[in-house]
Write a new protein. Structure first.
Length: 242
């Protein structure tokens, strides 16, 4: 039976590339996004029988565990790729006076609460003996210890909160699911809509394609184990400071 993976945010640049990566390896993929896209439909046609699709608004995954059970699916690999850095009306803040409650809460919902809500559903699916890995895309700018430039208040705050959630969840799940691994992952600057407005000053060799980033995330999540559950990893496997 094919290994089952779940990609949350499967319509995004990294999420779609990770879906493609795992399908190319012959893995069954549960693709979750807030709307169905032509790109996902094309993958469904190319890999008949390997793609299962479910629509869910970001952070609202009620019923997912029951649906997976009904489909007889229990993903052993899960990666959540949801994220927000900017909106049409808001750019990352450079100064305190630019910080607003609305934009801050939008960042927290997308960058932190979406992972919380997903984990709350998934823990209903697994039994104590199950082996599974959960990776959530974080960002190096969410590291408190590594923050030397300041700015980007809402994004940094929400990713720091996400990192604390991952660390705390790993401690609880170490008791509930001793064979589980839960990690935060910094994917590196990837050529997606999220990073597009900020690519001007990034060296070409530091701006990664979605395909390369997906390959790196796939390899990393394949190799984490319960001994390093609760860690914050860079795409290259380096342990990052909290």
């Amino acid at each position: 039976m094919a290994i089952t993976a779940l990609v949350n945010g499967a319509n995004g640049g990294i999420g779609l590339a990770l879906t493609q990566h795992w399908l190319a390896q012959g893995r069954q993929v549960v693709a979750i996004s807030h709307h169905r896209s032509s790109a996902l439909d094309q993958l469904d046609r190319q890999h008949q029988g390997l793609v299962r699709y479910r629509t869910a608004d970001q952070g609202r995954y009620q019923g997912l565990a029951q649906w997976l059970t009904e489909q007889q699916l229990k993903p052993s690999l899960v990666v959540s790729c949801c994220g927000l850095l900017h909106q049409d009306s808001h750019s990352p803040e450079k100064q305190l006076r630019q910080l607003s409650e609305t934009f801050l809460f939008d960042n927290i919902r997308a960058n932190c609460h979406s992972a919380i809500a997903l984990a709350q559903e998934l823990e209903q699916l697994y039994q104590r003996k199950d082996t599974f890995r959960l990776g959530v895309l974080s960002a190096k700018v969410g590291s408190i210890g590594d923050n030397r430039l300041g700015g980007w208040y809402s994004y940094r705050i929400s990713k720091a909160a996400l990192n604390m959630f991952i660390r705390t969840l790993s401690i609880e799940w170490r008791r509930s699911f001793p064979n589980a691994s839960v990690v935060a992952i910094h994917p590196g600057t990837t050529d997606t809509r999220l990073s597009q407005p900020f690519q001007r000053n990034i060296p070409a060799d530091k701006l990664y394609s979605t395909r390369l980033t997906a390959e790196r995330i796939g390899e990393l999540i394949d190799n984490v184990d319960p001994d390093n559950s609760g860690a914050f990893f860079g795409w290259d496997g380096e342990r990052l400071p909290w």
